[in-house]
Design a protein around this ligand. Structure first.
Ligand SMILES: *Cc1c(COP(=O)(O)O)cnc(C)c1O
Length: 819
């Protein structure tokens, strides 16, 4: 094995490699004005190291027949790769010096890279952090997903409204992927099922697909930090199974042959830009089956290369983790292959599946729980539907009936099929029934999965439901994105913190040390100066780095309550207009968020924030005490720039709605103080940092439930809170939209006539109060510095390495590379 610590290159050797790639590979003699060519050459030089380590990793696992986890996810939000790969290989300083010798700043070369934005938000970013941790901890892991031609849309603002344009992330190629034609898979769709009676009288089903699709794998190497491992993320691209149907071509139907090709390639064309909403589209269903079927065949091929056709070790060697219900069809595909192609009985096949699938639940929101209509399911995957019905029969007749004999209501409630005008397949039920473990993603969320979402399943399978609290990789979210703070930490604690984040705990010893406070806050200030420049460049708004940088960055969704933040900004603005001497430390509100293109109210919230920002930012009456910026095109790369500069982290979802959140962890790790509800991982962050170092407000889960039981009435808050009434009335006027009264009224309508589904009105007052306390705390510089330091110090629990260790201990049972 390659050793973890030995640097493969000196700066001089690295420079030579880069020049070689410039001269030979890309024939770029005149590179001095061509940072893009230099960036590509640097990537290729790094790839020499990466691919050698990749094959060493693969050889080790082949030789040791290591058990592996197969992480199935419809989304991976990788961001840029160069900076992280350099850090993880300990080549950062070497590369920095080498490119400096060539006349470039390494940071400018990073700017040439494109985000791999093959995901929407937290769920996809979690998958990316997990891959980083798995490689860092030397576990044998494969990520499987889709090689979308277009990732998440690019966001621009035109007249304050969101405009979506296609993401062209690999228009000119991508240095971090390699095509593996030797591992192409072919999968079926549509068609019919034949029943054959064998000579011994047994029945056999044969699926005759109406169409076949080729899956072409693109491998993205995943480099561990200071480890022996380079793992693989395998992304499937769909192609027509043969370029031309020659008969059709010869008979003059050239266009038909091309039409078939286009249909096949449509499958991996676009990422569905929905977050927390079920798409319910046949093409999305086909995307899911396409990548699951390719992945299961690939997993079987990897298994068979070690064990041939002896299936007795399969469950010892392979575990499949389903990142939400999106990859659930993988279960049915493995069942089909075992039964139809390897002569397993139904019972044996199902027993095997129940040993190797585990499922992560990411949401309690009913609109996000996947359901597929039975007629559509049958048309696309007729054989899989038969297997699903067989599982349902086994489940209801053997397990539900044993636990609740004669209870037809219970059968109806738990069935994999929801009855109604059109029968629907409940994908989450299929997951719970067929998996050996089901986990939520923060303690409070996992408790609610047990008590509210799946109480009957918890009774039926008492050990199955469990918790693994999410985490984030400190390599990307501190070391790489905040080099100045990282250097300060290195000077104070063991420098192993990127791999053992709990080492940061002793930074708390310096929380009261005024010199350290000064150093810590000087770095925060320098990061704010840098972000202020970025804000000016991207939005034209001039902000003061001495103001509080108050950050809310996450997908735009009612449950995340950007509109609660917005109402409070209006309240502050109003206070300042009524009293220009109103006592508050200047604050800059920084938003970053994409709205799903079909989500009307989310887009109205973006519009309203932009409109109000326009007015506030240009209002001389308030002496620059308040600024509001909505940074366009929020994505991993933008998060990496905003997070190191944040003073306040807004985590203000309605209690019980945010499964975990991971933005909350990234921000706290970089010394931002959380202003949040007792929801998701905020609860655990509060436990770690202590009540003095976080601002908690709002109704708890129990209090929200009590509100609902008494009949929630948003008008009550409107009538009894004069400030709340005033800011809501403002939205019906034309104050922010001269000549267009009511242009911002969508938010007000949803809060009053729409019943305020996310209880914004109920939490407004407590949010205002928490903000007053926060303002007071910030004015006391030593107190604030101490809070910020303690937040960074106490984030040890929230490294994704801890999450991965929890999965390994309780679910995956893997062994790391030892040599
Ligand atoms: C971390 C991250 C998220 C998740 O943020 P939450 O606040 O947990 O919703 C979403 N998008 C990007 C780009 C991220 O980096």
């Amino acid at each position: 094995m390659a050793t973890a610590s030995k640097k493969p290159f000196t700066a001089a050797q690295f420079k030579k490699k880069v020049l070689q790639h410039l001269n030979v590979t890309s024939s770029q003699q005149d590179f001095h004005n061509n940072p893009s060519a230099v960036q590509r050459a640097v990537c290729m030089a790094v790839n020499e190291v990466i691919f050698e380590k990749l094959s060493q990793t693969n050889n080790y696992h082949k030789e040791h027949k290591t058990r592996s986890v197969n992480y199935l996810s419809l989304e991976y939000l990788m961001g840029r790769m160069l900076s992280n790969n350099l850090h993880n290989l300990d080549l950062f300083d070497v590369a920095k010096k080498a490119v400096a010798d060539l006349g470039f700043e390494i940071e400018d070369l990073f700017e040439q890279g494109h985000d791999l934005a093959l995901g929407n938000g937290g769920l996809g970013r979690l998958a990316a952090c997990f891959l980083d941790s798995l490689a860092t901890m030397d576990f044998n892991a494969y990520g499987y997903g889709i090689h979308y031609q277009h990732g998440l849309f690019k966001q621009q603002f035109h007249q304050c409204r969101q405009i979506e344009t296609p993401d062209e992330w690999r228009e000119y190629g991508n240095a971090w992927e390699v095509c593996r034609p030797e591992s192409v898979q072919t999968i079926g769709l549509f068609g019919s099922v034949e029943t054959r009676i064998n000579a011994d009288g047994s029945e056999q089903k044969i699926w005759h697909p109406g169409q076949t699709i080729k899956g072409v794998p693109w491998d993205v190497p995943i480099v561990g930090y200071n480890s022996k491992t380079v793992n693989t993320l395998r992304l499937w691209e769909s192609r027509a199974s043969s370029f031309f149907d020659w008969d059709e071509f010869n008979s003059g139907a050239y266009q038909d042959a091309h039409a078939a090709q286009n249909a096949a390639e449509t499958i991996s064309k676009v990422l569905y830009p929905n977050d927390e909403t079920e798409a319910g589209k046949e093409l999305r269903f086909i995307q899911q089956y396409f990548f699951c079927a390719c992945s299961i065949k690939d997993i079987i091929a990897r298994y068979q290369s070690m064990h041939g056709n002896d299936w007795s070790h399969f469950a010892d060697k392979m575990v499949m983790q389903l990142n939400d219900t999106h990859p659930t069809i993988a279960i049915l595909e493995l069942m089909r292959i075992l039964i139809d192609e390897h002569n397993f009985s139904f019972a044996d096949a199902f027993a095997l599946c129940r040993q190797c699938f585990a499922y992560t639940n990411h949401t309690l929101l009913p609109e996000a729980l996947e359901k597929w209509s039975v007629p559509m399911f049958e048309r696309v995957l007729p054989r899989h539907l038969q297997i699903l019905f067989a599982i349902n029969e086994f489940f209801l007749d053997r397990e539900v009936s044993a636990m609740w004999p004669g209870d037809h209501l219970m059968r109806r409630r738990l069935s994999l099929i929801e009855e109604g005008e059109v029968q629907m397949v409940r994908m989450a039920h299929l997951c719970v029934v067929s998996s050996f473990k089901v986990n939520g993603v923060a303690q409070i969320h996992s408790d609610l999965v047990k008590s509210d979402l799946f109480p009957e399943f918890n009774a039926l399978y008492p050990q199955k439901l469990t918790n693994v609290t999410n985490g984030v990789t400190p390599r990307r979210w501190l070391k790489a994105c905040n080099p100045a703070l990282s250097a300060l930490l290195d000077s104070k604690v063991k420098t192993d913190w990127p791999k053992h984040l709990s080492s940061l705990a002793s930074v708390a010893d310096f929380a009261d040390d005024s010199k350290f406070q000064q150093q810590f806050m000087d770095i925060k200030h320098a990061n704010k100066v840098k972000l202020a420049e970025e804000i000016l460049a991207l939005t034209g708004v001039d902000v003061d780095p001495n103001a509080i940088f108050d950050v809310q960055i996450k997908r735009l969704h009612e449950y995340k309550r950007q509109h609660l933040n917005f109402l409070h900004i209006l309240a502050l603005y109003r206070r300042l207009l009524n009293n220009p001497d109103y006592d508050m430390h200047p604050r800059v509100y920084i938003f970053g968020a994409k709205a799903a293109p079909g989500y009307y109210l989310a887009k109205e919230i973006i519009f309203a924030i932009n409109k109000v920002a326009e007015k506030i930012n240009n209002d001389a009456r308030i002496n620059g005490k308040l600024k509001v910026v909505f940074m366009p095109n929020y994505r991993v790369t933008l998060a990496e720039k905003i997070i190191p500069a944040a003073d306040v982290s807004e985590q203000i979802s309605t209690a019980g709605k945010e499964a975990s959140g991971t933005g909350n962890m990234k921000l706290a790790l970089n010394g931002a103080v959380t202003l949040g509800t007792l929801d998701g991982a905020n609860v655990e962050i509060a436990e770690e940092v202590g009540d003095d170092n976080i601002f908690i407000f709002g109704h708890t889960v129990e209090q929200i439930k009590a509100l609902n039981e008494h009949g929630y009435n948003p008008h009550h808050y409107y009538q009894t809170n004069a400030e709340l009434k005033a800011v809501i009335d403002w939205l019906y006027s034309d104050y922010f939209t001269p000549g267009h009264p009511g242009e911002l009224s969508a938010i007000a309508n949803s809060l009053l006539d729409g019943g305020d589904p996310y209880r914004v009105m109920a939490d407004f007052e407590s949010y205002c109060q928490a903000n007053i306390e926060l303002d007071k705390a910030y004015k006391d510089k030593a107190r604030w510095a101490k809070m910020a330091i303690i937040n960074t110090a106490k984030m040890g629990k929230f490294t994704s390495d801890r999450s991965i260790q929890d999965y390994v201990d309780n679910i995956w049972k893997l062994e790391p590379i030892v040599e």
